[in-house]
Design a protein around this ligand. Structure first.
Ligand SMILES: NC(=O)c1ccc[n+]([C@@H]2O[C@H](COP(=O)([O-])OP(=O)(O)OC[C@H]3O[C@@H](n4cnc5c(N)ncnc54)[C@H](OP(=O)(O)O)[C@@H]3O)[C@@H](O)[C@H]2O)c1
Length: 325
């Protein structure tokens, strides 16, 4: 079913695995509160366009766990027979069930959560299992050994880290290397509006040979033209289950968005497409991990890969806008 020639695949760090330039995350729009048929259409169209990587976590929904159930149903009903053409990831690290064992980074939590995720997904293994966020209460050795154990048990092919600082990543990789664990990916937030990874993490990823898949590259939709004339009813900022707050849509932000939109149009792209090309300009960034509420958005986002180059003038103008000049 996938049209592989429509997609650009990029090598993930120094690993043997390639990921699509655009990957699809199921944080929003795939929960029990959402319309199943829409989620199914999104996944099928994404896969047709060569998006082979789908990203989940134990707590995606709402309710928590329901996005994995939705994806498990799509796998069973529509993508049966395609398992070897898919890279499926999940994570544990945020609060998932009551009591001291349903949150954090303990071996107890991570391995129990992975078993629950596999049951919801209807899978024997995931391709990537992440620790979703660092946990200062748990020795990092314990969390890394739990990831290693997941691989040894055949429940994950590779492991990943999400939201780890450059320093914590270095320490985690030392441990994973000593254990011989196939560490593959770091998943940090990165967009024009959140550039923290430029301050050390990207260098660490080059040194460690890890790939990088950046989440919220569209700043949850702010980096598009959709909020320029107010907050549409159908948008994440208007959705009561949405993580994007209405007060993130400030007039100052919209002035920046308006100016960025002008640069994008001059490049012959939409702002969303330029925002995706902008995160992919780093060689360390393997994939831009987007969300979507409609098939049209997925098609538009994949087409960003047609124009990835920036002139130094364009990059300079973008920096000036982001610095508020
Ligand atoms: N590791 C972590 O801690 C973590 C945290 C957050 C997310 N993630 C992962 O990253 C994935 C992506 O995060 P995200 O959903 O925040 O990413 P995003 O791509 O920044 O935002 C996606 C939202 O932007 C809007 N959108 C998408 N394409 C558009 C387009 N072409 N034009 C206009 N609007 C567009 C849609 O919202 P509307 O509803 O407004 O249409 C869509 O749901 C998640 O699904 C999850 O897998 C990981």
């Amino acid at each position: 079913m996938p049209q592989y020639d429509k997609m650009t695949y990029r090598r993930c760090g120094k690993s043997g695995l390639a990921l699509p330039g655009i990957s699809l995350g199921l944080w929003h729009n795939f929960g029990g509160v959402d319309r199943f048929e829409n989620g199914r259409d999104l996944v099928i169209r994404a896969f047709e366009l060569g998006i082979t990587h789908f990203d989940l976590a134990n707590n995606y929904g709402p309710p928590p766990g329901s996005a994995e159930e939705t994806f498990g149903r799509i796998l069973k009903e529509d993508l049966h027979g395609y398992r070897d053409q898919l890279i499926i990831s999940t994570k544990a690290g945020y609060e998932m069930w009551p009591g001291p064992y349903g949150d954090g980074g303990s071996r107890k939590y991570l391995l129990a959560s992975l078993d629950q995720s596999l049951a919801r997904l209807g899978l024997e293994y995931v391709d990537v299992f992440y620790h979703h966020r660092p946990d200062s209460e748990t020795p990092i050795e314990e969390s890394m050994m739990a990831l290693d154990q997941a691989v040894r048990m055949g429940k994950a092919l590779y492991v990943g880290l999400s939201n780890y600082s450059a320093e914590a990543t270095k320490r985690a990789v030392e441990i994973l290397q000593s254990l011989g664990t196939p560490y593959l990916l770091h998943q940090p937030q990165y967009s024009m509006f959140d550039r923290w990874i430029e301050d050390g993490l990207l260098d660490t990823l080059s040194e460690t040979g890890m790939g990088c898949i950046v989440f919220s590259p569209l700043a949850q939709g702010l980096l598009s033209d959709k909020y320029l004339s107010g907050i549409p009813d159908s948008s994440r900022a208007a959705n009561k289950h949405g993580f994007l707050q209405r007060d993130a849509v400030t007039s100052e932000r919209m002035r920046q968005v308006e100016n960025l939109n002008g640069i994008a149009l001059n490049r012959g792209q939409t702002l969303a497409q330029m925002a995706l090309a902008w995160v992919l300009r780093h060689p360390q960034v393997t994939s831009a991990l987007v969300g979507a509420s409609s098939v049209r958005q997925i098609e538009e986002n994949v087409a960003a890969l047609d124009t990835l180059n920036f002139s130094s003038d364009e990059l300079g103008s973008i920096d000036q806008i982001l610095q508020g000049n």
